[in-house]
Design a protein around this ligand. Structure first.
Ligand code: MN
Length: 429
């Protein structure tokens, strides 16, 4: 699974720079305009392959089911790793050049292949729980430098554990969903009482999230060397954040309203099987983690190129404002999942676990406006001349990600969200 077979090609036209090569095959939930019915598909080039059709035709031969004539992927994911592997191999075979089952059946192609441009994507899973970590050393250092003490930017617990918080699954939304600027308590002046106001420091956070593929029983932690078996795949995540609400509310219990109005994810879940060829070690961990977080496999991260673009309302062109890589993350996904469950906390199939803002070592690789514009002291100039310290109404934020090796590309597509003006409240009128 972890090597790339360059000879594997598809009869479907796929551009060289497509995220959705035959080596990828990410899962999503889509509907078309005919009946609006949600079902599962995989992305291939500019197409979606309708898995509910293949399953109904008896071409997938999985254990149990049906799994794909469903509005979410939870049942398929819950059916276990053996089925994940079977499905991947079967779908890859059906799409390959040298298999005639789908290639030579025009009627089946008509029923099962759609243009991505013609379908609507939905949340790929029903999300029982959403957790967000804080696992980029560069990001944590930048935030600590800005708001606390440059000489002690990292708090002492940070290098000992993957710090995180429990978020709201109910506000995980799919790419393309508009985001209403949140309102809440802000405290612009240290000496005054807070005001109620639309957020004035609306930010994105460039993250990925992993999707839990196998849960645990309450009271039974997931061992770090078994954690990989519990992860189904990954998506891109824009963890929308209200910095001014956060600044006033976060002491002493951490993020609350600043983080629970929109956690926006890309629609295609890229599986860990598809990402396996792009494994790479996490940065050196010093001090050495406690035994329960010590992984045998040092090849515990992934080389995933990531970027953020801002497209202002009425602008002709988006501006890339960040280019970074998942491999900079200090804590691995296995360590995050193990730490999350070490007290016996139960995690469930479909749970999403955000990585934390992914910042690299240089200013052009910082994963939030807070860092890029350094707390509004260094505004960014966009193509067309507008400047930004935070995100304005009408702005669309676009995040992209892909892995590439030996000319083979496995990508995530994008997560895209537009900011709408804040609501008017009855007491404002
Ligand atoms: Mn976050």
């Amino acid at each position: 699974m972890s090597t790339i077979d360059k000879n594997l090609t598809s009869f479907i036209d796929i551009a060289d720079d497509s995220d959705f090569s035959i080596h990828n095959l990410p899962y999503g939930i889509f509907s078309d305009t005919v009946d609006g019915k949600r079902r599962a598909g995989v992305a291939i080039g500019e197409r979606v392959l309708d898995l509910s059709v293949l399953e109904a035709e008896g071409l997938l031969s999985l254990t149990g089911g049906p799994y794909f004539d469903q509005p979410t992927l939870n049942a398929f994911i819950d059916s276990g790793r053996e089925n994940w592997t079977k499905a991947r191999i079967t779908i890859q075979t059906l799409l390959s050049d040298d298999n005639d089952t789908l290639r030579d059946n025009a009627d089946l192609q008509r029923k099962a292949l759609f243009k991505q441009a013609d379908v609507t994507m939905h949340l790929p899973v029903q999300v029982p729980g959403f957790t967000d970590f804080y696992s980029s050393k560069e990001h944590a250092t930048n935030v600590g430098t800005m708001f606390r003490d440059p000489n002690n930017a990292l708090l002492p617990n940070w290098t000992e554990m993957p710090v995180g918080y429990n978020g709201r699954a109910s506000t995980v939304i799919v790419s393309g969903t508009d985001v209403i600027r949140p309102s809440g308590q802000l405290k612009p002046n240290a000496d005054d009482r807070p005001i109620f106001s639309p957020c004035k420091r609306l930010d994105f956070e460039l993250e990925t999230a992993f999707v839990v593929g196998k849960g645990n029983n309450i009271g039974q932690p997931i061992a770090v060397n078994e954690a990989a078996e519990h992860i189904f795949g990954m998506v891109l995540l824009n963890d929308w954040s209200a910095r001014d609400i956060q600044k006033w509310e976060y002491v002493p219990l951490g993020p609350f309203n600043a983080k629970t109005f929109a956690s926006e994810v890309s629609p295609w879940i890229v599986t860990m099987d598809a990402l396996a060829p792009f494994k790479t070690p996490c940065p050196t961990q010093e001090p050495k983690p406690l035994a329960y977080l010590a992984e045998k496999d040092s090849n515990n991260s992934y080389d995933i190129t990531l970027s953020v673009e801002i497209l202002p309302e009425n602008a002709d062109e988006a501006t890339v404002i960040c280019e970074t890589n998942f491999k900079y993350m200090y804590w691995s996904m296995a360590q995050q999942l193990t730490h999350h469950t070490i007290t016996g906390c139960k995690v469930e199939v479909g749970d999403m676990m955000g990585s934390g803002t992914i910042s690299g070592p240089t200013p052009d690789s910082y994963g939030s406006m807070l860092e890029i514009a350094w707390n509004a002291t260094k505004p960014v100039t966009l193509k067309g001349g507008e400047t930004r310290s935070f995100i304005e109404d009408g702005d669309t934020v676009i995040m992209k990600g892909y892995s590439e090796k030996d000319g083979i590309r496995v990508g995530f597509g994008e997560v895209r969200g537009k900011v709408l003006p804040a609501l008017t409240f009855y007491f404002d009128k």
